[in-house]
Design a protein. Sequence first.
Lengths: 297, 508
Amino acid sequence: MSDTSTDIQSTETGTAADTAGTSSDAPTDADAVAPSTADRTGEIELAVDGLVKRFGGITAVDGASFEVEAGSITGLIGPNGAGKSTTFHCITGIHQPDAGTVAFQGQDITGIAPYQCADYGLVRTFQIAREMANMTVLENLMLPAKHQQGEALWRSVMPLARREVEEQERELLERVWDTLEFFEIEHIAEEKAGTLSGGQRKLLEMARALMTEPEMLLLDEPFAGVNPTLEQKLLEHIHELRADGYTFLIVEHDMDLIMEHCEHVIVMHQGSVLAEGVPGQVTSNEQVIEAYLGGEV
Amino acid sequence: MSSTVNADRRTQLESLWEHDAIKIIAVISAIYIVYALIGLILGYSLDGIVNTLRRMTYLIAVYGMVTLALNLHWGYTGLFNIGVAGFMAIGLYVTMILAKPADPGGAAQYAGLGLPMPIAIIGGVVAAGLAGLVVALPALRLRADYFAITTIAFAEIVRLGVTSDALQQFTILGAELGTGGGRGLIRNYDDPMNVIFQLEIFSSFVDLTNSLFGFGPTQARALAYSIVLVIVLAGIYWLIQRTSRSPFGRVLKAIREDEEAAQSLGKDTNMFKIKVFVLGCALMGLAGILWRFRRTGVTPEAFRPHVTFYIWIALIIGGAGSNTGSILGSGLFVAVLFEGPQYLRRVIDQLVAIGDAPNTFAGAVAPLLSANPVPLVRYTFAEFLTLQFVIMGVALILLMQRRPDGLLGHREETAAAIPLGVRPSAAGGGSGGGGGSGSGGGFTHGQTRDQHDDSDQRTDGGIDADAADAQTDSLQSDISDSSDTNGTSKTSDTTAQSDDSATDGETL
């Protein structure tokens, strides 16, 4: 929770706004989803401190504290009911935590509304993909972009202002196609999202989250129900995006995958953090083996 | 040879049918023709027939306005508003109270504020919008079904409120006002359409209708009023089309699909819901005003809940989510379900001698025992208007079973200010082929776009997998050169293209 990152935040907002117009560059894959972060590797992107969430008599999250480094892929693991998803909900404002703080890039974002969370550059995907089923893939991807003038009703209606809206829509559409190319799903651009396969939905969900120009992505079981080929592809995308400066926090059950792809692993058990560290450390931790890995690894 | 010509003609007709304006005109014309024939069968004179059509137009226009507003609530945003009648009532009552003369012209009358009609109308619309705000603020936190209960409760509160003795006559800030309670309000202000009727040009309109249809001045006025309503309907259609085909409309659709996901993508969904609810309620208020502000008076009875359900039936017929469908649905609802039964009865009466019906249901059923169905048929026929509700119910059930999406609900009405199918840079390369890129590249771009247009027309906005594939294939191959070389010429080209498409979307 360093205070220095406040300055960085402000410069970044500037660059983020600029990148909206970069679409006219040649859409090679790396440029397609332009990185909006400067190199801040090593700084703390997300800090959760003493988070508590109770539902009636059940304490789903019980004093969880951890930090996520900027530019890292961090894994969040734990048995079912360990409070991983609830932690996600508390970070992204879907639930109000009963105690504790959440700080993103040094700014306190505890208990903010979900839509504000995305404004900060912190975006999540859901465990079960939540595509807008009756909207096309294109519409799904046009939706998330920030600062859309046309979201003000009068601008969309009044003739002169609508010109500008259309202009912005064209720029946005260009970005959407870039993103579609990056994820190699152009061929389903005009399909309704509800007709997609499970894997395509996962891709769409991630593409959609990226359209908000986030700094950090919280992925809730992004590989659940995804076939190995697509899983590999998703992982490539994640690594590519990480190289561009995005930070990832991933909830996942597949230990091999976590070991191979995460620099840092956080293990939750019964609502609090049981252990954390590099994958090797964590898997050799007695408590973790007992609680999660079943004592046989 | 002739078969290909026929096929051509058919595709031509089909592509013509894709235009929303054509759909609306075709359906309304069909309704006109059927009712003109009915008029002929019933032996109406020309002015009678034209007057029947005028009445249909008036009803379709008013129902169309409210259905469009409801489509904005339910079809786009998924707000389950079953309090439509309440918002219409507020619009009309406020307008009448504002417009009625401050000095009541007799013991039977209640005073108003005596404001000029345009201000009174604006006041009514604003009041309906504010009522929407009052309902929306607490209620939008509720889940869909509880929200629905809140809205219908609100509508009933409004209706019972204007009926109550307490509001029959009241004083506010020193001004004597009143809703008239159960007796209602009498229109004792000038005909609001006088602005038009007193124009000099209007007298020639009266002469014209007189020479064409044999209309008297009253009928000519009614006709002019219906025309005004159609113009207002066109305006509301335009407004809602713009609203829905925009980033704003996109968020509305996202709220309908998955509000929580929309929030997690950074959309302040509550603000959008409040805005759209207020807008829709204001439009319902306007429709309520235009529906009845020229009549001799209004009673609370006019705003019983069935009005709301009529609007819902019209929306379901047309297909929730489609603005064009809302208008078609209103047309079919009015022509077939609302006015249809009584005209059908008259036609049957004209063509077949039915005879006297028994007075009681028992009297109608008892002869069945002696295998004599005639009294029952006569009785049913005499009670035909009551059957209207049964017919509506049956029609609704059939519709939900056979075509739950309504006429046009299945259709994709893209929520964006520009057409999305084609990548702007690729399309720009096509129309600006002579510019930076080689002529070969320009050609393929142009082809790509044509292909896309074709697929649009063929599939009614749905997805034609082959065409889409072909399109993306050629797109992919073109992207590398187009985006490199055409970077600068892109903007002006795409502007020209969007102008075309924008006007397409707006025609009615």
